[in-house]
Design a protein. Structure first.
Ligand code: C2O
Ligand code: CU
Ligand code: CU
Length: 524
């Protein structure tokens, strides 16, 4: 697929005079007055790249790994010379990465050590932790209204019985998910399995997480949260693993990057400054059947793409930039086209896992589904009504008002269905996420999806005036699960619904089966 002239300009392909685009500046008067001066931001590619630390279990027994995490405020030097308060898992943002193995379940204690209310934003600091990409039981899925308040804890159980994939855990507390995730409550969770381990693709230090987001800072270095009247949160600083526009030293070989868009509202469109391809090998639900090459990649919030970049074709001393070409209806700043740099610094110290096999994952179950005649289709319209974000005109408040019983769909266990997501607006896009399942994207406005979307997914980008169809089989669990837009501002206000696998009453109650408990917690 070709890049437009405008995209080429953003890539700087026509030289330094490039970026003379109409750029929107401050998000609002409020943030504009207090926003840190552009001159105080670090120059792109001056901060060294780093990856989040890996979380260590507190204990292991014959079958299970036990972890304990405290959600709490922490101080971070994100912008050089400034201290920023974040709210993070163990006080860091992004939180520590969990490394899990298929077949070994995890119990993850989440202690809410946050202050009762946010000192500036004033909301009650309840949380709910969702492991995005996991087929968890309803009571461990981070159901928005299954909240843990400051002074409480909850032990989440993660089965880890799916195929290898890139997951992430993030806040899902009802009405304040956007604030909590923006303040830092988001982290990666990598699940591995023997098939993935056996492939000659990059592993170990050549398998690198990239947690992407944007943020806005005040003149004192504090995070500014401004949701622009519930439309979206946009910052002028791009953070990769919590660092502004970092530079990473790479060897002349292939690397695998697990790219997570952890932004609240910003979509990205990735491209390399060299114009070279990414090779996409994995999507939300793990490895694709076959690798797909692309020069640019549109990446909505909460989607994960695993891409391989081959640095062997560059010379030592060359710098390759990862750029963001921007998407429609994300507010661009002149600084949001820059993302990070790869500095080709050395010959490879190892050439293990330096290949891209033609067949990656022959058994991504969702990819085997086909839309046979007679399969039930359900339609969901993502639409703004009376200032509220809704799905088919209904909101999460309607779910609450129904005593958490109201469902939009009630597939039976093991049923295969086609769900059609419609966005008739030209003014916004909605990355739509279905909990519990992996799906296959069938088509977008009747056309095949992008080649790089041809892998198991749990979020799909429903762009302006797009209708997207996905197909999935409902299971393996019974019960009530959420479906929502992953622009977390939309989700909070109130574009979130639920479906139920099974008949009324099926499955454990997401709020009542394992409620949060008061601290102090007994030993794990
Ligand atoms: Cu990543 Cu319901 O969320
Ligand atoms: Cu999810
Ligand atoms: Cu939305």
């Amino acid at each position: 697929m070709g890049l437009s002239r405008r995209d080429m300009l953003k890539l700087g392909a026509f030289g330094a005079a490039a970026v003379a685009l109409p750029l929107e500046r401050a998000a609002s008067a409020k943030s504009a007055t207090d926003r840190i001066a552009a001159s105080k931001l670090p120059k792109p590619y001056t901060v060294p790249f780093a990856v989040p630390p890996v979380l260590e279990p507190v204990r292991k027994d014959a079958t299970t790994d036990f972890y304990s995490v405290t959600m709490r405020p922490g101080q971070a030097e994100i912008l050089p010379g400034y201290q920023t308060e974040v709210w993070g898992y163990d006080g860091i943002a992004p939180g520590p990465t969990v490394r899990a193995t298929r077949g070994r379940p995890i119990v993850m204690r989440q202690i809410n050590g946050l202050p009762a209310r946010h000192p500036v934003l004033g909301f009650d600091a309840w949380t709910s932790v969702h492991l995005h990409g996991s087929a968890s039981l309803p009571q461990y899925d981070g159901y928005a209204s299954d909240i843990t308040s400051p002074g409480q804890y909850k032990d989440y159980r993660y089965p880890n019985n799916q195929n290898a994939r890139t997951l992430w855990y993030h806040d899902h507390g009802v009405h304040h998910t956007a604030e909590n995730a923006y303040l830092g409550l988001a982290a990666m969770y990598v699940l591995t399995d023997p098939l993935e381990q056996s492939l000659p693709i990059p592993h170990g230090r050549y398998d690198v997480p990239l947690v992407m987001r944007d943020a806005m800072f005040s003149s004192t270095g504090a995070l500014i949260f401004d949701d622009n009247s519930h439309s979206g949160v946009y910052g002028d600083v791009i953070l990769v693993n919590g660092r502004p526009w970092p530079a990473m030293k790479v060897e002349r070989r292939k690397y695998r990057f697990r790219i997570l868009n952890a932004a609240i509202s910003r979509g990205f469109r990735w491209a390399l400054s060299t114009g070279d391809d990414f090779v996409v090998i994995g999507t939300d639900g793990g490895l694709m059947r076959a690798p797909q090459r692309t020069r640019e990649l549109r990446h909505g919030m909460a989607e994960r793409y695993e891409v391989i970049i081959d640095f062997s074709k560059y010379k030592i001393g060359e710098r390759v930039l990862l750029k963001n070409l921007g998407v429609k209806n994300s507010r661009d700043f002149e600084t949001t086209f820059d993302v990070m740099a790869f500095d080709v610094a050395a010959e490879p110290t190892s050439l293990e896992g330096n290949a891209i096999p033609d067949v990656l994952n022959p058994d991504a179950a969702a990819m085997d589904l086909s839309p046979a005649p007679g399969i039930k289709t359900r339609k969901f319209e993502f639409v703004r009504k009376n200032g509220q974000w809704t799905i088919n005109g209904i909101t999460w408040q309607d779910v609450i008002d129904s005593g958490y019983e109201l469902v939009w769909a009630d597939p039976g266990l093991g049923d295969t269905e086609i769900w059609e997501f419609k966005n008739t607006s030209g003014g916004w896009f909605h990355p739509v996420h279905i909990h519990l399942v992996d799906f296959q994207v069938l088509d977008r406005n009747g056309n095949p999806p992008f080649a790089y979307e041809r892998g198991p997914k749990d979020v799909v980008y429903v762009g302006e005036n797009e209708t997207v169809r996905v197909i999935t089989t409902f299971g393996p669990n019974l019960g009530r699960y959420m479906i929502h837009c992953h622009n977390l501002v939309h989700e909070d206000h109130d574009m979130m619904a639920q479906f139920r696998v099974g008949p009324p009453g099926a499955g454990p109650d997401p709020r009542l089966a394992a409620p949060a408990l008061l601290l102090p917690a007994p030993p794990l």
